[in-house]
Design a protein around this ligand. Structure first.
Ligand code: AMP
Length: 444
């Protein structure tokens, strides 16, 4: 129960209104030490409820202090605009019964307007590194009275080349009393270096070990002969699966454009999200998906990072992601906060080895699925059985008879998914035992 945490009643009231009845595992583990002022290093996937895990203790600290506002008191750094916007929205929900003001500072918005708003001194700044540094350089911003620094999706910030910017910004927050670092993965040597530099005697919380991620999301593969065959399979899945909202991942922008073009030509209400798109276009696309105007999103990895859309219950990997971490991030779009999801990867001969290495990384065997009317000649390497010996510890049921995975499959994509039971929360686990797999970024 949230009431068990030593949180201010105004925060508890806001949480109750959001219908958060039980804290998620990351909230259970992180909120008490964060309230006690400890530095934390938390490994938790997106969708685990980690925003509340840092936002509530942060607000609790600011609420308790009646000093007049003269400087920014908390800084939350995130890798992308979309994530920053989502975090602002969450923060505003939690702080609605307080006088605490949060402000967004990201690229793609008017610099002068931001400078003017900064003069009003918000309590909390939520932003992306590049634009924040521009404001620092322009003398619009001082961070020397920041008390709490949050680095969210720190692994992704490093992947995106923000290491130097992160260092500069953490240096500017020299008088901070607490630093909270969140990442979806353990990260590599650079991450270890960052942790050593920015955290003081941190408590390490490893939640949702990669191999236990998304236990409420079924993971399947369907073999394909070539790209054209993948396109037919995609068309079939969108027409026959039961889902509320779907996301289709590609490894390149060109492939995303191609698929989007085909879907639109077929009359599917789809939209596209990738790095080439204008900020306003991206914002509008995400809003339309959230409101249900569009049901299908075609995206590359970076564009969709951290996207939190309720009812996103189908993920299709048109291309196999190039690393286990990227796979985890993609699949993390679905099955969020206890909802059930389905993830399907379309696998040609050139995807197979990658798929097997992701299976080994996750210590799982994906369910092999065949769509009878679209069965191709390629069914994996000759020496590998269709039941998927490749990996591991968690054997999943093979679907050989060509039936859709969901018994309730309907003809139209528009039909809402059947009611699903919430997944049991997973506990605190160590993050060791992850098989090494080369990390790569996959933005197209
Ligand atoms: P996050 O990992 O912070 O992006 O959270 C994912 C989603 O779960 C968001 O839509 C939150 O509003 C929701 N959420 C977070 N904590 C809880 C909770 N304790 N109960 C129900 N939903 C939650």
């Amino acid at each position: 129960m949230f009431a068990d945490f030593a949180l201010h009643e105004r925060l508890l009231k806001a949480v109750a209104e959001l219908n958060f009845t039980e804290p998620t595992p990351v909230q259970r583990e992180a909120i008490p030490p964060a309230l006690a002022g400890k530095d934390l290093r938390v490994i938790a996937q997106t969708g685990s409820g980690k925003t509340a895990a840092f936002a509530l203790p942060l607000l609790n600290r600011l609420i308790g202090d009646a000093e007049p506002r003269v400087r920014v008191r908390a800084l939350i750094l995130l890798p992308t605009r979309e994530l920053a916007q989502q975090t602002l929205k969450e923060m505003e929900k939690f702080s609605r019964y307080t006088f605490i003001k949060s402000m967004l500072i990201t690229g793609g918005e008017g610099f002068k307007e931001q400078a003017a708003a900064l003069r009003k001194t918000p309590d909390i700044l939520i932003g992306t590194p590049g634009r924040l540094i521009e404001h620092l350089d322009a003398g619009n911003l001082r961070l020397d009275e920041v008390e709490v620094l949050v680095l969210d999706e720190a692994d992704r910030m490093l992947d995106m080349g923000f290491a130097e910017a992160m260092e500069r910004l953490t240096g500017e927050c020299a008088n901070r009393q607490q630093t909270l670092l969140f990442s979806a993965t353990t990260g590599g040597a650079v991450m270890r270096e960052v942790i050593g530099k920015v955290l003081r005697e941190p408590l390490h919380l490893m939640l949702n070990r990669v191999s236990e991620l998304n236990e409420n999301t079924r993971q399947q593969i369907i073999c394909a002969d070539d790209v054209a065959h993948k396109e037919r399979l995609l068309h079939w899945l969108l027409a026959n699966e039961t889902y509320q909202k779907a996301i289709i991942f590609t490894n390149t922008r060109a492939q995303a454009d191609r698929i989007y073009g085909r879907l639109v030509a077929e009359g599917v209400k789809a939209f596209i999200l990738h790095g080439d798109k204008e900020h306003a276009e991206r914002k509008q696309a995400i809003e339309r998906l959230k409101q249900g105007g569009n049901k299908v999103l075609v995206a590359t990895d970076v564009a969709a990072r951290g996207l939190d859309v309720e009812g996103l219950d189908l993920v299709i990997n048109f291309d196999m992601p190039r690393s286990g971490d990227e796979y985890v991030h993609r699949i993390g779009r679905t099955g969020r906060a206890g909802a059930e999801g389905l993830a399907i990867s379309l696998i040609c001969h050139f995807d197979w080895n990658l798929m097997s290495s992701v299976e080994r990384y996750l210590k799982q065997s994906f369910e092999r699925r065949v769509i009878k009317e679209l069965k191709g000649s390629y069914q994996g390497p000759k020496n590998v059985k269709a039941s998927g010996k490749a990996a591991g510890t968690k054997k999943k049921k093979t679907d050989k008879d060509g039936k859709g995975a969901k018994k309730t499959a309907a003809k139209k994509p528009a039909k809402p998914a059947a009611k699903r039971k919430p997944a049991a929360p997973s506990g605190l686990v160590s993050a060791d035992g992850m098989a090494p797999l080369k990390r790569r970024t996959t933005e197209g």
